[in-house]
Design a protein around this ligand. Structure first.
Ligand code: TRP
Length: 333
């Protein structure tokens, strides 16, 4: 089974953007691949964050992932900072990564523009990401399109390290793009994000889903109920395609084109279907939150398994690079 690695920042609860764009794929890949799913808390500190919220957000992300179907019996779910080799390998990789390549990354350019003083960690973000994947010598990385540039750099880092120290040791990981086309935020244009408040959390109650959906942007041509619309121009129609059964999707499109109903009625159906899909996820999340020690156990077990793999890679990396090993009676910690 080919090995898959993916990561997600500890933003707390998952929202429908993460769910459709990434997590649903990871859940499916567990049947066919050896999967490692990592909550990347060391990446999260490259931008302003609240230290007092980090642990809770990491825990909540684990709950959301488990509730969505990430299954610790079939994949390794763990927290990045629990496996110190991520930062260790990252340091090694900074020594084969050209600064110019890092400065070229569009995410770096975007994020650094908004800051007066740019931390080196923001520049090195993709190096840590390369270490995440290569530490497990994973070959497949399911990500969104926005990560393709980071993946390209990851392959370059693998090639450079291999060329200098040990040919063929690190694979060149391939991106696996999700089928889901990008869903815009409920406000119409921006990317869906929790901080922008333009999305729906996976664990929201049905009445809250409705509250968030009701004011959402639809095809601007539909000013009143009597104006026909074009479903292809309606962001909510794409949500119907994910959450409503095919017959409903056809019906929704027809009624939109013929002005057979209003957008509110259309949204009502979507809200109900979303609530139905999320109901079992909410239930599982509530059960997990009632037994936090179970979640901590799962993460500890994930860290233990990931750590064993990571240690092997780092031993090989240090040996290839010529470091003096610890020798003598005392065993390496
Ligand atoms: N940068 C990724 C994102 O923002 C998160 C991430 C960190 C990641 N490490 C990774 C994704 C390793 C895939 C593989 O979505």
């Amino acid at each position: 089974m080919a090995r898959v690695f993916s990561g997600i920042q500890p933003s707390g609860e998952l929202h429908i953007g993460n769910y459709l764009g990434a997590v649903r794929n990871w859940v499916a890949l567990q049947d066919t691949h050896e999967c490692l799913i990592c909550i990347v808390d060391y990446h999260a500190i490259t931008q302003a964050y609240e230290p007092e919220l980090l642990a809770q957000r990491t825990f909540d992300m684990a709950v959301s992932l488990l509730a969505s179907g990430i299954d610790p019996a079939r994949c390794i779910l763990f927290v990045q900072s629990h496996v110190p080799e991520h930062t260790e390998l990252s340091w090694v990789f900074t020594t084969v990564t050209p600064i110019g390549e890092l400065e070229r990354m569009t995410q770096f350019k975007d994020k650094s523009q908004r800051q007066e003083s740019v931390p080196a960690g923001l520049l090195n973000y993709p190096v840590l990401q390369a270490a995440d994947v290569l530490l497990y010598r994973a070959e497949i990385v399911p990500v969104g399109e926005d990560q393709l540039q980071h993946l390209e750099l990851m392959r370059e880092i693998a090639r450079k390290w291999n060329a200098r120290y040990r040919e063929g040791f690190f694979p060149e990981p391939q991106a696996m793009l999700s089928q889901a086309r990008r869903i815009a935020g409920l406000d119409g244009d921006a990317k869906m994000s929790k901080s922008l408040g333009n999305t729906i959390g996976l664990l929201e109650a049905p009445d809250r889903i409705w509250e968030l959906l009701r004011p959402a942007k639809t095809d601007p041509a539909r000013v009143t109920k009597k104006d026909p619309g074009d479903p292809e121009k309606c962001n909510l129609y794409s949500l119907h395609q994910y959450f409503s059964p095919p017959a409903t999707v056809r019906d929704v499109a027809a009624k939109c084109r013929s002005a057979g109903w209003g957008c509110l009625e259309c949204k009502r159906v979507l809200a109900d279907n979303m609530a139905a899909e999320f109901a079992p996820i909410r239930e599982r999340a509530a059960a997990l939150k009632a037994q936090p020690e179970r979640v901590h156990e799962i993460l500890a077990d994930g860290a233990r398994r990931a750590h064993a793999m990571a240690r092997e890679t780092m031993d090989a990396v240090r040996a290839a690079m010529g470091f003096l090993p610890i020798q003598g009676a005392r065993v390496r910690p």
